[in-house]
Design a protein around this ligand. Structure first.
Ligand code: SF4
Length: 371
């Protein structure tokens, strides 16, 4: 039985699954890995290059930094520029372009913008500096949202009214449904993000499987995890089945993490959210409940809807929907690099464009994935 990370990186085991896939596949299939972390592992370890011809991986919208809408980045900029505000964010968000500038430029212009590693770090700053309004830009899927919820819950419990959350949290299943429901859908099966499943469990995908007859396999992040998840998904397709299965059983349970779900439900409610490059997706975001309105930065600072203009050259919406691979974007590696990013998918450490820039520049453009 495999228990440790090294065992999930073993070349012999990886090649065994690649060989098994070659024997299994009888016709073309297209799978989507939803998570940006999985995209990075696939590109970094060349998993896609081990697959038999006709078995295609599409990269999905699973990078929360990449899908944070420009309008929300503009709101973050407006709040960060207010006098007395100390604006906290994960590092990746600082270079994500808003309509006119990014948080790093706001910092250079004098705004107090700081990188933190968790929402509790921001809460600690609020406790230490009662004269400042500390705002945390909360980005992430179901994986990181419980920690944001915990920080808000703690702020209320400790009576810290100088702390608030600008919530950009998004939910994965509605994005998967938007992809499945889109005209010309190309996805035959999904690798679901293992870390999201540790919180929400695998049963959260049952409605999608039933409605769209598509296999979904909760999958981990190491090369052998990914190849095993791909094999499980293709086996279902070849057998004409569509079930939820769990490759990542060492971390994921059917019902997920009940205390984390309870904390999410206590603080957040499901709201509509626009996804950068994709557009509005109903019931796909998390906003603070009314009982936590005093800790909601949008309500506290009453920033009007501003800007929201995306760079017209950037094709990250197509990348996020699996319609384009990064090297197919004309700006890739020329006008758009991690030093001069035109879009969030080149900025974020989980972005697909950043993954290809880091690991695949020397290999050249990949085959077209356009329909
Ligand atoms: S390479 Fe740059 S411009 Fe092209 S889609 Fe990616 S982020 Fe956008």
């Amino acid at each position: 039985m495999m228990k440790y990370v090294e065992e999930y990186r073993g070349a012999r085991e990886a090649h065994r699954y690649a060989q098994a896939l070659r024997s299994l596949v009888t016709r073309p299939w297209t799978l989507m890995e939803v998570c940006g972390g999985q995209t990075h592992a696939i590109v970094r370890f060349g998993i896609d290059q081990l697959l038999p011809p006709g078995l295609t991986l599409l990269h999905g919208p699973g990078c929360p930094v990449c899908v944070t809408p420009v309008a929300l980045v503009d709101k973050a900029l407006a709040i960060a520029s207010r006098p007395g505000v100390l604006f906290c964010s994960f590092g990746d968000m600082l270079r994500v372009p808003g309509s006119e500038k990014d948080l790093l430029s706001a910092k250079a212009a004098g705004a107090d913008v700081r990188i933190v590693y968790s929402p509790m770090d921001a809460l600690a700053l609020a406790e230490r500096m009662p004269e400042r309004q500390v705002v945390f830009f909360a980005v992430g899927f179901e994986t990181t949202a419980p920690a944001s919820a915990m920080a808000v819950h703690e702020a209320r419990r400790r009576g810290l009214r100088n702390f608030s959350l600008l919530s950009a949290h998004v939910l994965v299943p509605p994005a998967m449904e938007a992809i499945l429901a889109s005209p010309g859908r190309r996805v035959d099966g999904f690798l679901a993000a293992g870390h999201v499943c540790t919180i929400m469990g695998t049963e959260t995908y049952q409605p999608l499987v039933r409605a769209y007859r598509v296999p979904i396999v909760a999958t981990g992040f190491e090369p052998v995890d990914l190849l095993q998840g791909i094999h499980m998904c293709v086996a279902q397709l070849e057998e004409g089945r569509a079930d939820v299965e769990n490759q990542y059983a060492r971390a994921v349970r059917t019902a997920g993490n009940a205390p984390a779900q309870a904390m999410l439900h206590e603080v957040f409610e499901v709201v509509p959210r626009a996804w950068r490059g994709i557009g509005p997706i109903p019931a796909s975001g998390l906003g603070l409940r009314d009982r936590y309105a005093d800790w909601d930065a949008e309500r506290k600072f009453r920033v009007a809807e501003v800007g929201g203009r995306e760079d017209s050259e950037c094709q990250s919406g197509q990348v996020l929907r699996g319609l384009l691979k990064p090297p197919e974007c004309p700006a890739f590696g020329t006008r758009c690099t991690p030093e001069t990013p035109l879009g969030a998918t080149m900025v974020s450490s989980e972005g697909a464009c950043a993954a290809y820039y880091r690991y695949r520049r020397s290999i050249g453009p990949c085959a077209s994935t356009s329909p």
